[in-house]
Design a protein around this ligand. Structure first.
Ligand code: MG
Length: 387
């Protein structure tokens, strides 16, 4: 299936996942080659990466940065494109084997659809794509006979547990959660937490948006929805368990009661590398887990009263249709407002809850419905914040 070197397109190469993916590719230059790099805004880093990896093409989504990018790469054999539509075109390029979707939020939807339609393997780091349109995406992947390989550490863990289990049905997925920086906070304390506190994740080093989602546990709600679509299970088959040490990245329980877990130190490079090298395991220089340094692995139930976003995610997926799309759009606006100091930490849940009540519900949405829902839910969420 693969040519000599796997040709990789990284959408969102300047973000946390993109940068770590390039680390993996650098360590395995004999196996992987960068075919395309794309960034939203960070043109300086994109220029550096393009000079270091010499991809066939680069795209900057923000068109006002095109001139700067073009001039900086003048004389190099790199095609330079700009704009949102270019993202969707680039992923269709014939030589690309794997498209790593590592952009933030809803922006991942359209290029992911283009890549699937072009028959590319998707290394999925953009979980919002499956939150917004999981049914549509998984159906498209099936029709185009291509695979969606998870990069999210929990889903990579589940995927690794399922290796060699073809035909054996999943009884339950045990999705682990660190609980984030506010796990032990009282509801009263949560009222006053600052963005600086929310941005300090205890175990994982990640981008700002996902770090806030982890603090509010919306990230785990999204991951529950992501797991439902990736592994074809019902939400009742997914148990979220808080595991503050983040050593067990998730587990699968089979019909015979046996549970398989995937473990390791928290390092996103491993799930990225596994998605790129799948089905092979290849050497890594990552630090090894020493169990004697973690004498206690503990587990507790998530507090859905305190972390309302998690409850809202369950409500959205139970309602179905375009409700998870509304959940995602409202959350993106709420996180943006929280990061801009416009609303408090707990107000984010108020915004999302109201947007879910006020945005038009569609039971069986198509792609256009999702696009319209996203736009409508954003306007409604912004109005809720203003009032
Ligand atoms: Mg995760």
């Amino acid at each position: 299936m693969y040519k000599e070197k796997r040709q990789i397109a990284i959408l969102g190469s300047t973000g946390s996942i993109g940068v770590q993916a390039l680390d993996v590719i650098r360590e395995h230059a004999d196996l992987f080659e960068v075919y395309a790099l794309t960034a939203n805004n960070n043109v300086e880093l994109l220029i550096q990466q393009a000079k270091a990896f010499l991809p066939e093409m680069v795209v900057i989504a923000n068109e006002s940065k095109y001139k700067q990018l073009k001039e900086a790469l003048l004389g190099l054999p790199i095609k330079v494109w700009a704009g949102e539509n270019a993202l969707s075109q680039v992923v269709e390029s014939e030589p690309i084997d794997i498209v790593l979707t590592a952009m933030v939020g809803y922006s991942g939807l359209k290029p992911t659809i283009s890549a699937i339609k072009a028959g590319k393997i998707i290394a999925l780091a953009n979980k919002e794509t499956l939150v917004v349109a999981g049914e549509l995406i998984t159906q498209l992947a099936c029709e185009n006979k291509t695979a969606i390989l998870p990069v999210d550490s929990e889903h990579s863990a589940i995927f690794q547990c399922l290796a060699g289990e073809a035909g054996n049905s999943i009884e339950k997925i045990i999705l682990t959660a660190s609980g984030g920086p506010f796990r032990t906070f009282s509801p009263e304390q949560l009222v006053h937490v600052t963005k600086q506190e929310a941005l300090k994740h205890p175990n994982w080093r990640m981008g700002a948006k996902i770090t806030i989602d982890s603090a509010s546990m919306m990230n785990k709600g999204f991951e529950m929805i992501e797991a439902k679509w990736l592994f074809g299970v019902k939400t009742e088959q997914i148990q979220i368990v808080v595991h503050p040490q983040s050593i067990i990245h998730s587990m699968v329980q089979f019909e015979d009661s046996s549970i398989k877990a995937q473990m390791g130190l928290p390092d996103m490079r491993l799930p990225i590398q596994y998605a790129l090298s799948y089905p092979n395991r290849i050497f890594s220089s990552f630090e090894r887990l020493d169990f004697t340094k973690f004498p206690v692995l503990s587990f507790e139930e998530p507090d859905m009263k305190k972390f309302r976003n998690l409850r809202l995610a369950y409500q959205a997926v139970e309602k179905g249709g375009n409700m998870p799309c509304i959940l995602n759009a409202a959350n993106e606006i709420a996180v943006e407002a929280f990061l801009a100091d416009k609303i408090g930490f707990l107000t984010m849940s108020d915004v999302i809850e109201k947007a879910m009540e006020q945005t038009s519900f569609i039971a069986s949405p198509d792609l256009n419905d999702y696009i319209q829902t996203d736009a409508e839910a954003r306007i409604i969420s912004k109005n809720i914040i203003l009032n």
